[in-house]
Design a protein around this ligand. Structure first.
Ligand SMILES: [Fe+2]
Length: 185
């Protein structure tokens, strides 16, 4: 129940909000790459590269082959451009399988905010033998990131809303790191 309340705070549009079951198309194929591009260079917005490792939260051991499905709104805060703004069918998305060292990486544009919520990137993470995880990474410099959301993030043991630092390189590309902790079923 607590999760449902938390999920309702930020993302009102997605399956996360309603705790829908994870769909087959939200699980990366076994042979999916560990590094993908979600938004092409022609996509409006500032570039960001997110990197991290999937690890066993109990032992910190890297986990290869983890499915990481990521998606986000575009610069205008829209998930789709079909007139429906459908977060169930997001335009900017990607499917990843973590590498042998557990690493994953994606290159995209910074998402836009909608409904005055902090912009965020949705993750749906699944791995054999581990509990599923759904969460939304929020960059620490998001203008709509308020004290209330910071408090929720800090107090949430399941890490539904991790707040992640970002830095910008000389070329103007943002970089962020987030390690995904998974726990055995
Ligand atoms: Fe969302």
């Amino acid at each position: 129940m607590r999760s449902a309340v938390l999920f309702g705070i930020l993302c009102l549009l997605t399956n996360v909000a309603n705790a829908d079951p994870i769909r087959p198309d939200q699980i990366a194929p076994r042979g999916a790459p560990s590094a993908v591009t979600l938004a092409g260079q022609d996509e409006p917005g500032e570039r960001v590269v997110v990197f991290g490792k999937a690890v066993n939260g109990n032992t910190q051991a890297p986990l290869p082959g983890v499915s990481v499905f990521v998606f986000h709104a575009d610069k205008e805060g829209l998930y789709s451009r079909d007139g429906k703004n459908d977060s169930h069918n997001p335009r900017i998305r990607g499917a990843i399988r973590s590498a042998t060292d557990g690493s994953y990486r994606f290159d995209t544009t910074r998402p836009g905010s909608y409904r005055n919520n902090p912009a965020h990137i949705h993750y749906i993470v699944t791995a054999d033998g581990f509990k599923d995880r759904m969460f939304e990474v929020i960059f620490a410099d998001e203008p709509f990131l308020d004290d209330r959301t910071r408090k929720i993030s800090a107090e949430d043991p399941e890490d539904h809303y991790p707040i992640v630092p970002v830095t910008r390189d000389k070329k103007g590309v943002w970089h962020a790191t987030y390690d995904i902790k998974l726990y055995p079923q």
